[in-house]
Structures are given as structure tokens and as C-alpha cells.
Design a binder for this molecule. Structure first.
Ligand code: URA
Length: 273
């Protein structure tokens, strides 16, 4: 089980890791300090290398000098492949996105929202529970862009219905931006390059681009079904200011400082509205 989300973003960790993060020494150097009996936790010498500390409440000293670490939240994006559940653990032992991201390096990492098991694309992870919750809050209207391979070809009326807001079983969907990207029997791989191909069958398929800001379960699939087109493949290529471009399927990268600032600004701006 992963740790519960803590507001300070700090989690119990091995003492040598704590010392390294506090800038005292490298991990190896920290281990040497510990075995030399120079490290105390709450006044007690700790030399056992597996020992853990909780940075939120334990006082760690080296040669009598207190060391601290600052909470610095981690944010990363994963290019989720099909076949993985969006959860950090699955009691049934199915593959989960936790296997694809560095959870031991960043304890407390969790996915912001979810993609269905068969959906590919951009999945944001953070250790910052406040930021994650803020980004999912309906009032923030964070836009998500999807590319969907659908059965048949939506006509102008279907697209207008999506733009006005189709009725779903749990109430009307908010108006979406909807456009037809390819007609006929397209190669989905041109738009969403990984995990795609021709779907075969007699019906001609089409590729639709959809921008929505709600996050209901199976929302895009239900919206397309409401206008008579089954989603055959679904890919998310943008989440708020973040774009997937350049990332290989199944791989992740840390957000850069511009992306982090853009996400934080998105949350702050809405707070003041
Ligand atoms: N809408 C869906 O139907 N599925 C997803 O995975 C994401 C949005």
C-alpha cells in the first residue's frame, strides 16, 4: 500500500536517504557517518542502515548539528500504454501504472485523475496532494484533449451536439470542443502514433479531436456513444498546459520548471476568481 497523501509532501524514509537529501553527504557518505555513530535521531545514536525517519517529526543530528530537508514536491508525466490500470495498487494483481513510474524515489507519487485501462496517453503524477486535488476540482475547468478513433463518421449534427453538450445518464455533459480530424478509413497512428493501426471491419471509421474539462468516468466514450459512434481507441495528448510530445510510450519524465509554474498558476488563478 502506498502512503496516504500528506500535505507537507514529506514521508518516512531511510536515514541515509534523509541525510543525502539534506545535503549532508552522498548516500554512501551518509552510511559511513551512521556506522561511525555520528548520527542521532531524537537524541539516540542510530547506526543501523535500514532505519527509517519521519522528516515531519523526527529530529536528526550529525555531530550534534540538526539537519532538515525541505519538502519539494515532484511532478512527472507518464505516456501511459494500454493494458495498465490507473491505480497505485491492485488487489487482483493486474498491471498498474505504479510499475511504470519511480515510486521508490518519490514516495507519495500518485496519478492525477485516471485513464481507462485501454486508453493511452498523458497521465500526470504528483506528490503534491493539494495541487492534484486542485487540478481535478470541477471549478478549475482544466482542459483535457483527446484523440478518438470512432466507428462511422460523425456528421455536422453530431459535432454540433457535442459542442452544445450531450445528455449522459448522469446529467448533461458540458459543451466540448469537437472536430473531425480524419474521415474514411484512417490510420489512427498518424494522430496518436503509438498503439494504433487500422481497425478493419466493414464500417468506415474516423478520428475525432475532443477537448473537455470534466472528468467523469468513461466520459469521452459515453459522449461519443451518445451521438452514435463507438470509441475504438482513445488517446490523451494534452492535460491543461502539458503536452505529451516527445515522450516514448511507457516512459516518463519530470515536469520542467515552466510546466510546473504553469500548473501552479492554473490553480492559483482560479482560486482568485
Ligand atoms: N474518457 C474516457 O472515456 N476514457 C478515458 O480513459 C478518459 C476519458
Amino acid at each position: 500500500m502506498s502512503d496516504p497523501i500528506r500535505e507537507d509532501g514529506l514521508y518516512p524514509m531511510r536515514l541515509q536517504r534523509f541525510l543525502a537529501r539534506a545535503g549532508v553527504a552522498s548516500r554512501r557518505g551518509s552510511e559511513r557517518l551512521m556506522t561511525a555513530g555520528r548520527v542521532r535521531v531524537n537524541g539516540v545514536v542510530v547506526s543501523e542502515l535500514g532505519s527509517k525517519v519521519d522528516p515531519a517529526c523526527d529530529v536528526v543530528t550529525v555531530d550534534g548539528v540538526e539537519c532538515r530537508i525541505e519538502a519539494s514536491p515532484a511532478h512527472l508525466m507518464l505516456y501511459k500504454p494500454a493494458g495498465y490500470l490507473t491505480t497505485m495498487s491492485d488487489p487482483q494483481g493486474r498491471p498498474t501504472v505504479a510499475e511504470l513510474v519511480p515510486v521508490s524515489e518519490y514516495p507519495g507519487l500518485y496519478p492525477v485523475g485516471r485513464l481507462d485501462m485501454d486508453t493511452t496517453g498523458l497521465l500526470l503524477f504528483t506528490t503534491d496532494g493539494n495541487l492534484g486535488q486542485a487540478l481535478l476540482h470541477p471549478s478549475r475547468h482544466v482542459t483535457k484533449h483527446y484523440v478518438a478513433l470512432v466507428s462511422g463518421t460523425p456528421d455536422g449534427r453530431d459535432l454540433q451536439a457535442l459542442r452544445r453538450g450531450v445528455m449522459l445518464e448522469d446529467g448533461p455533459a458540458a459543451p466540448a470542443k469537437a472536430e473531425l480530424l480524419e474521415e474514411g478509413d484512417p490510420l489512427f497512428s498518424l494522430v496518436a502514433p503509438h498503439g494504433a493501426g487500422r481497425t478493419g471491419g466493414g464500417e468506415r471509421n474516423a478520428v475525432v479531436g475532443l477537448s473537455i474539462h470534466e472528468g467523469r468516468k468513461h466520459q469521452v466514450k459515453k459522449m461519443m456513444q451518445a451521438v452514435g459512434h463507438k470509441v475504438l481507441r482513445l488517446h490523451r495528448d494534452a492535460f491543461g498546459p502539458l503536452c505529451l510530445s516527445g515522450l516514448e510510450e511507457g516512459s516518463w519524465r519530470m515536469l520542467d520548471s515552466d510546466e510546473t509554474r504553469a500548473l501552479e498558476a492554473l490553480c492559483e488563478r482560479r482560486e482568485h476568481q
